[in-house]
Design a protein around this ligand. Structure first.
Ligand SMILES: [Zn+2]
Length: 363
């Protein structure tokens, strides 16, 4: 049976399938005009699926195989219907289903989900919702909450790292110019420690360098007003950056770490990951209560505190999707000093905001 890269939604499988030999054509499943592969030749992908399925058992409280593959893990493209997904997974794991026929007809569940001790020990939040975690962080205990298991959270970050080498991308940072003059490159950096305002990622006074992947986004992020003058600095990376890419926090692939084999820790924490993702992506208004950022600031500070074996900070910062565009991202670096920061401002453009285009909806 033929299959293509675009039949998958899972980023790991998309990357792996491209390592195989295929032929050009139109995919009979998703309709993409691309390279087609024969499911018979995709031995490694078949093995990955078999390892994935080994984590499951038949159980009435579970879901069907297709629901688990598509709704829970988003492995296949939403363009495919249930019958197509079933046909593809059957072709990929032909032999496996000969030995596990029930998987095709009955409901299945992750074995570890049935182990209450495992669920209790591996849940990021201990018996509370994300909203309740936020409330307690704001109203009860800001710095030492005992209702979050960061030991479970930490390895999940290793699945969503992103790396940028020197000259991989340019980054941008906007600042308003109150005297309407072009700012100097040295003036484009982060405010000095104690002087920084409250942000989604930093508490008041905690320094960090907010950047964006394009000029348009960084101007919108500072909410530049009409008839204001805005300077945009272009930043070049001077040393490789290792970031936690929070835009992928709710899309962790079950095939990311096949040797570990424990996909249950992602599954049982999916609600936390979805809620956290919604929090980091929620639009930011100038009228927002800064206390609303306490939970994302807490997680960002935790990421900042993670160290490697040599007791050096593991991550240079955090990447997350911008609320202003589907494709642009914000990158926030923890180090702000000119000497240690791993990027440098190389150019400044000065803009005048001629007009703003408001779009609004009735509430
Ligand atoms: Zn396809």
């Amino acid at each position: 049976m033929k299959i293509c890269e675009y039949c998958f939604n899972d980023e790991e499988l998309k990357a792996i399938i491209k390592n195989n030999n295929g032929t050009s054509g139109i995919c009979p499943n998703c309709g993409a005009e691309t390279i087609l592969y024969d499911t018979e030749d995709l031995q490694y992908i078949s093995e990955l699926f078999e390892g994935f399925l080994d984590s499951y058992q038949i159980h009435n409280a579970g879901r069907t195989l297709v629901e688990e593959l598509c709704k829970n893990w988003s492995i296949f493209s939403p363009k495919l219907n249930d019958a197509q997904v079933l046909e593809l997974i059957t072709a990929l794991c032909k032999q496996y289903f000969e030995e596990h026929e029930g998987f095709l007809n009955d409901k299945i569940v992750l074995k570890k989900r049935l182990n209450s001790d495992y669920v209790a020990n591996n849940s990021i939040l201990k018996d509370i919702s994300w909203d309740e975690f936020q409330r307690q962080l704001i109203e009860v205990n800001r710095y030492h909450p005992n209702n979050i298991n960061t030991d479970v959270l930490k390895p999940l970050f290793s699945y969503i790292e992103s790396y940028y080498d020197v000259s991989d991308i340019s980054l941008y940072r906007a600042r308003k110019s109150y005297n309407k003059k072009k700012l100097d490159k040295l003036e484009m950096g982060a405010p000095p420690p104690r002087k920084s305002g409250e942000g989604r990622i930093n508490a008041k006074g905690v320094g960090c360098l907010y950047l964006a992947t394009d000029e348009d986004t960084c101007i919108k992020e500072i909410r530049a007003g009409i008839f204001e003058t805005v300077c945009v600095g272009t930043y070049e990376i001077t040393k490789p950056l290792r970031l936690v890419n929070l835009s992928k926090i709710n899309m962790i692939s079950p095939f990311k770490n096949p040797d570990n084999g424990d996909i249950a820790n992602i599954d049982i924490n999916r609600k936390f990951l979805d809620d956290f993702n919604a929090s980091i992506r929620s639009p930011q208004a100038s009228t927002d209560d800064p206390l609303e950022y306490t939970s994302t600031q807490y997680i960002a500070d935790y990421i900042k505190s993670i160290t490697d074996e040599g007791h050096h900070r593991m991550y240079d910062g955090i990447e997350f999707a911008s609320t202003h565009s589907e494709t642009s991202r914000n990158i926030v670096l923890f180090e702000t000093s000119l000497e240690k920061c791993k990027c440098i401002c190389t150019n400044v453009n000065c803009y005048y905001i001629d007009a703003l285009n408001y779009e609004f909806s009735l509430r």
